[in-house]
Design a protein around this ligand. Sequence first.
Ligand SMILES: Cc1cc2nc3c(=O)[nH]c(=O)nc-3n(C[C@H](O)[C@H](O)[C@H](O)COP(=O)(O)O)c2cc1C
Ligand SMILES: CCCCCCC(=O)C(=O)O
Length: 339
Amino acid sequence: MENNLPVNVREYQELAKKALPKMAYDYINGGAEDEHTLRENIAAYGRIILRPRVLVDVSKIDMSTTLLGYNMPSPIIVAPTGGHKLAHPEGEKATARAAASCNAIMVLSSGSSYKIEDVASSCNAIRFYQLYVYKWREVSERLVRRAESCGFKALVLTVDTPMLGRREADIRNKMVFPPSANLEELKKINVDTTGGSQLEGFARATLDPSLSWKAVEAGVAGVIVSNHGARQLDYAPATIAALEEVVKAVAGAVPVLVDGGIRRGTDVFKALALGARAVMVGRPVFFGLAARGEAGARHVIEMLNGELEVAMALCGCRSVGEITRSHVMTEGDRIRSLL
Ligand SMILES: Cc1cc2nc3c(=O)[nH]c(=O)nc-3n(C[C@H](O)[C@H](O)[C@H](O)COP(=O)(O)O)c2cc1C
Ligand SMILES: CCCCCCC(=O)C(=O)O
């Protein structure tokens, strides 16, 4: 295998499927209910066409950008995904090392299999911490304090999960989530598993469904256009289809990021052209981790970076700042051009 490495994310997905027990693969790959949004997250990228420019000197391509004052060699961030031990015994420690070796920011999930402290000490890197708000605010507060003292630089507040979406594969498989090392104090919570998925029962017992817009009063330094990888509300729009509207509404006040369905460097390019400052990728890194551990997760990030570089060169863009709205044609553009 090592002589014959996958050449794209889809091939990593196939390897991950072979490597993992069905329950783990279904959990990682699955979406909510009919998985309409899951398919759309990817398909909507396929409906956006690139408009290349030629005869531009692209002998130097600079993919670097900044976010919240941090320099990034490329606009690709590792999205928060829980339970990396499902994919590999080294779990988030391996993912963190992979991200660090690419100088990519990793957002550590509240549902990580390894403790915040273990991930922090596994390697040096800029990292953000993803926070769920629990019914007991002091539980969330303690997580924030721990992340802060471990040097995490920003909080990514997940607000789309007042309860877990219906992931039918998990219900069928009676999904058991690896105990989150960070939530020891919630271990004694009574979890009703009659619904099938233990994770769903845990989320229902612990997440605060009363979270409201008042949370915004604290201020935000960025917005992420996300549908949780299509795992929450099925028939919610594909994120790339919603991006431009959000970018317009935010009007430059804070950077806008997007995740969901990014499987190619061309997808990253399209997201940037439609106004995203950076993108986050979830499943691709998880698939890499499942297939080849740290090396696989790193290779996925490297491949996406490599694909983005080629896309930029072939579109005549020497820096991310040169990627503009005029480099893409959306379905809306095509319809408007016919009117
Ligand atoms: C297996 C899995 C676990 C996830 N766990 C979390 C989580 O713990 N916290 C969170 O905010 N989002 C979580 N997400 C959502 C991701 O942060 C991200 O929105 C999504 O993976 C992006 O879509 P993609 O997988 O198509 O790249 C998870 C997604 C997946 C696929
Ligand atoms: C307390 C709930 C942790 C859930 C973490 C996983 C998650 O968000 C997912 O989409 O799955």
